[in-house]
Design a protein around this ligand. Structure first.
Ligand SMILES: [Zn+2]
Length: 407
């Protein structure tokens, strides 16, 4: 499966697609209200099959005639997603689905067979970088620039719009993308840092520190200025709408910068190491403790991207258990320092007298635990003049390369 995202051109016809989004939002609100009323009266919500049958009935009425404009499949998908979110309330403990303004409805899904895609002959004199294609959604054509060649059969098309009014299509193909790159035989443990995260986003077990540019922090001043201007405008005015878009633009820029950095960083790590060990973190709990900074680093999103790249390049990203002690234990002798606080960046082990760097010690513990628990070999830290300078790996698995301290 491969997903590629393309932006639709700002043609006049895009208005129609926006009104289709609005209809999807209205249908969602209608069925959410119906479910809630049903639950109040009979003590039980509606299933997807019942809602879907009811939707078909409603569409025949004169009052809901306009619901026939979008394809039936995408409206049914809206109802399906609603039923799914009701189900997640029970299984995953998620919150109750809420009513949303139909203008804020963001997604629409089409079956791959419904969306026709064909090439358009460009009338422009200057040649474009990417060929122009057009896609047929809800009986209308929309143009876009195809920047990645379609390799397999398209199974699904997901259409999304953002706060700026831009519409994107995500094409899902039944095609497995593989990149062959030489294996390095290296394994590395990583510790996620929050304190002073701008300089210390990840620490490797070899002592290397990876920084994060902290894009939200960078754009915070611009955002504050734009929000202040927005708050002063008359409600419902054209000026206010213009300023709302300016705020949305800054948010979008931040997200784009972060995503770009994450992809590049993930590819870089995959090229250096074969096996990457991480700690399983309680990010929701961390967000409550440290606030915005955790969201700015977006560690969970980064891990998702890293997993995707590792699959593509046949590397492995492995997690060690949440309850394994990594920070407070000495990686040389295993002594547990119970008095360690978040402010202590360096400490000396009272048992073996090794001078330890807090983050590197944790990263080494993660590597040690990971290599041992997955049965790949043994890791030993190398100490020179009471300081850790690296680690030697004694591999028992062919996936890993043995490295000697004195080699
Ligand atoms: Zn020790």
């Amino acid at each position: 499966m491969r997903n590629t995202k393309h932006k639709l051109f700002h043609d006049k016809s895009l208005k129609c697609l926006h009104s289709d989004f609005d209809i999807c939002g209205i249908v969602r609100n209608h069925f959410l209200g119906l479910c809630m009323r049903y639950k109040r009266r009979y003590g039980k919500g509606l299933s997807y099959t019942k809602m879907s049958a009811h939707l078909t009935k409603l569409k025949k009425l004169e009052k809901y005639k306009h619901w026939n404009i979008p394809y039936a499949w995408s409206l049914q998908n809206v109802v399906k997603r609603l039923a799914h979110s009701f189900g997640e309330m029970k299984t995953l403990g998620r919150g109750h689905p809420k009513f949303k303004s139909c203008k804020k409805h963001k997604g629409m899904t089409f079956d791959g067979g419904q969306a026709l895609i064909e090439k358009v002959l460009d009338k422009q004199k200057n040649e474009r970088n990417h060929p122009t294609y057009r896609i047929r959604l809800n009986r209308r054509w929309y143009r876009f620039a195809l920047h990645r060649k379609i390799q397999g059969k398209i199974t699904q098309v997901h259409v999304t719009r953002d706060a700026l009014g831009d519409v994107y299509i995500t094409l899902t193909e039944d095609f497995l993308e593989v990149k062959y790159e030489p294996k390095t035989g290296q394994a590395e443990g990583f510790d996620f840092g929050i304190k002073d995260a701008g300089k210390n986003f990840l620490t490797g077990s070899d002592g290397h520190r990876y920084t994060s540019p902290m894009f939200y922090k960078q754009n915070a001043d611009d955002l504050a200025k734009a929000q202040k201007v927005y708050s002063r405008k008359v409600k419902g005015s054209k000026n206010q709408e213009r300023c709302r878009k300016q705020v949305a633009r800054i948010h979008k820029k931040t997200t784009n910068q972060r995503t770009d950095h994450h992809w590049k960083f993930a590819i870089d790590l995959c090229r250096q190491f074969d096996i990457l060990f991480f700690e399983d973190l309680n990010l929701r709990g961390m967000k409550a403790l440290f606030g915005k900074q955790v969201s700015d680093l977006a560690f969970g999103e980064f891990l998702q991207k890293l997993k995707h790249q590792s699959k593509k390049r046949s590397r492995s990203v492995l997690k060690i258990g949440r309850w394994t002690p990594t920070t407070k234990c000495c990686c040389v002798c295993g002594h547990k320092n119970k008095t360690l606080t978040l402010a202590d960046r360096h400490w000396t082990c009272p048992r073996c007298h090794t001078h330890l760097d807090r983050d590197q010690n944790a990263a080494l513990n993660i590597l040690k635990e990971g290599v041992a628990s997955f049965g790949l070999g043994v890791v030993r830290p190398i100490i020179l003049l009471g300081k850790i300078v690296g680690c030697s790996v004694e591999a028992t698995s062919p996936l890993l390369k043995s490295t000697n301290a004195f080699a």
